[in-house]
Design a protein around this ligand. Structure first.
Ligand code: NAD
Length: 369
């Protein structure tokens, strides 16, 4: 499989294009992989190995351009450095993307080729599933590399699909945010809008419904909406309405960049607590949320449950009970951020970024959004 370390992002643009991208933010390594027999085209970004090998999932998405894929993998990879540092895991930050439509372009051979690509980094990057990839896909990856987690786990063992573990962390973090902002210690009657009811959103709905929360849900996949409405008595709402609903909590569990200059003036929720990575389009959008009186639970802190599970699985010998105990630390970590943000009159995302930078030893590095 031919590999090259750098690539022209757009026709006519030079190598400096990637270094100059604001998402680059001091990445240690960005590698492009192509496997002709399977058509695999993938990018691995290693943001930091300061705290350990770079760990983060592999997203499969039909990016419209290489530029879009590079931008996404860099943003996600940087987020993983902060996520792993804030969760106290012995991992640096990295991420991979496979360019392709997960509904049409998957094959066991493609994931085996991806595994060889991961293996070529000799353990500097550890992969797992993310949007568009599954536990079954990772079992194909595991045929060609040992640097993979998120595989099937026996009952009671650590590991397996990270989605339910991410949902647990989001549920516990959401409760902490509701307590902090609304002064409520339970969720009975609390209204929650959930954007995206896939792997994480579905499990989150189940936990919230069990606590008596009233759910409004939206998803571009009608079957996913019908499933949660049927199982958890959720109310379906239109995809273009969900962000602006008058609810206590908004839980973005679909895409990144949904909190931006267009959407923030329309928001009516008082708490934002969801699973999606990179919810803020730009760092300064966090200040706009604070000015609007909305408490934002920083995404990479609240959604760390999955990588906590991956970490325990990868290092071996752990039980599911230990994973759950680790995830139970998420609300405390968030409350610390909320309190510090209130004390210092700063946005929660700025406080989290500063704490993450301190843990990474990057105090002087300016984080660009
Ligand atoms: P998923 O692909 O299983 O679910 C995402 C859902 O969002 C899908 O049902 C999809 O149809 C829906 N969706 C897409 N565009 C939408 C739109 N415009 N409006 C409404 N719904 C839309 O992914 P997932 O594993 O549930 O992850 C959800 C988010 O959480 C992603 O941003 C992911 O990066 C993040 N995350 C996931 C994990 C994990 O363990 N799976 C961990 C950390 C962060």
């Amino acid at each position: 499989m031919p590999l090259c370390k750098w690539w022209l992002v757009r026709p006519g643009a030079g190598l400096m294009e990637i270094f100059d991208m604001r998402e680059f933010d001091g990445h240690e390594q960005v590698v492009f992989g192509h496997d002709a027999p399977t058509g695999m085209r993938a990018i691995i970004a290693v943001h930091s190995t300061a705290l350990g090998p770079a760990a983060g999932g592999c997203r499969m998405w039909p990016y419209a351009s290489t530029h879009e894929a590079v931008s996404d993998v860099l943003r996600l990879s940087r987020g993983m450095s902060y996520k792993n540092a804030m969760a106290g895991l012995p991992f640096g930050g990295g991420k991979a993307v496979i360019i392709g439509d997960s509904r049409k372009a998957k094959s066991p051979e493609l994931f085996e080729a991806f595994g060889r690509f991961v293996d070529s980094l000799g353990g500097r990057y550890i992969t797992a599933e993310d949007v568009g990839t599954t536990t079954a896909d990772m079992s194909h990856v595991a045929r060609t590399t040992q640097y993979v987690a998120g595989l099937g786990a026996e009952p009671g063992e650590a590991g397996g699909d990270p989605g339910p573990k991410t949902a647990l962390g989001v549920y516990l973090g959401l409760k902490a945010a509701v307590k902090f902002r609304l002064g409520r210690s339970d969720l009975k009657g609390t209204t929650v809008a959930i954007q995206g009811v896939g792997g994480v959103g579905y499990h989150l709905c189940g936990m919230l419904a069990a606590d008596g929360a009233e759910l409004a849900v939206a998803d571009v996949r009608q079957a996913a909406v019908e499933r949660v409405c049927g199982e958890f008595k959720a109310r379906p709402v239109a995809v273009d309405e969900v962000l602006g609903l008058d609810v206590d909590v908004l839980a973005p569990c679909a895409l990144g960049g949904v909190l931006n200059t267009q959407s923030i003036p329309r928001l009516r929720a008082r708490v934002i607590a969801g699973a999606a990575n990179n919810q803020l389009a730009h760092g300064q959008d966090g200040a706009a949320l604070t000015a609007a009186g909305i408490l934002y639970a920083p995404d990479y802190v609240i959604n760390a449950g999955g990588i906590i599970s991956v970490s325990r699985e990868y290092h071996g010998g752990a039980t599911e009970a230990q994973v759950i105990a680790d995830i139970q630390a998420i609300p405390q970590r968030l409350t610390e951020i909320f309190e510090r943000a209130r004390r210092e009159n700063r946005p929660t995302n700025a406080v989290a970024d500063q704490m993450g930078r301190e843990r990474l030893g990057r105090q002087t590095h300016k984080l660009v959004a």
